[in-house]
Every structure is written in structure tokens, then in C-alpha cells.
Design a binder for this molecule. Structure first.
Ligand SMILES: [Zn+2]
Length: 75
């Protein structure tokens, strides 16, 4: 996984990786499964674009931070 590159939301499904998403406004953190990303973004968007579009389920702020650290997805 050392040279895995996470440039778009599709990178996560390609690498079967979950993505921790942190809200920079309130600190709320969730882990998004690759299949959930595919539901929200049917077409691949860049990590930066996804950060702009996601809003926090707790405080509603659009200050998401995607942390593309490969986490093995549950099988
Ligand atoms: Zn928040």
C-alpha cells in the first residue's frame, strides 16, 4: 500500500480502503466505506472536491477533511 495514491473518491474502492473523514469545525469523525463514497459520488471526484461537497452530519459545516489513510475495508 506504500505507493497507493488517493486522488479521487474512486481510489478508495480501487484500494478497498475506508476513508476517515474529519470535520474541521466540530471535530466529528466518521469512517466512510468505499461503497458509501460510490453512492454519494457516482462519478469520481478529487479528494479536494469531495471535501468541498461533504457537509458534517453533526454541525452542518462544509469543512470536511478526508484522511486518505488506507484502512482495510471489512469484507
Ligand atoms: Zn461538524
Amino acid at each position: 500500500m506504500a505507493n497507493a495514491r488517493f486522488e479521487t473518491t474512486f481510489s478508495f474502492s480501487r484500494h478497498r480502503a475506508n476513508c476517515p473523514v474529519l470535520c474541521r469545525a466540530c471535530g466529528h469523525e466518521i469512517v466512510v466505506a468505499p461503497s458509501a463514497f460510490a453512492d454519494v459520488f457516482p462519478l469520481p471526484v478529487t479528494i479536494k472536491e469531495a471535501e468541498r461537497r461533504l457537509n458534517c452530519t453533526v454541525c452542518g459545516a462544509r469543512r470536511a477533511r478526508l484522511i486518505p489513510v488506507p484502512m482495510p475495508a471489512a469484507r
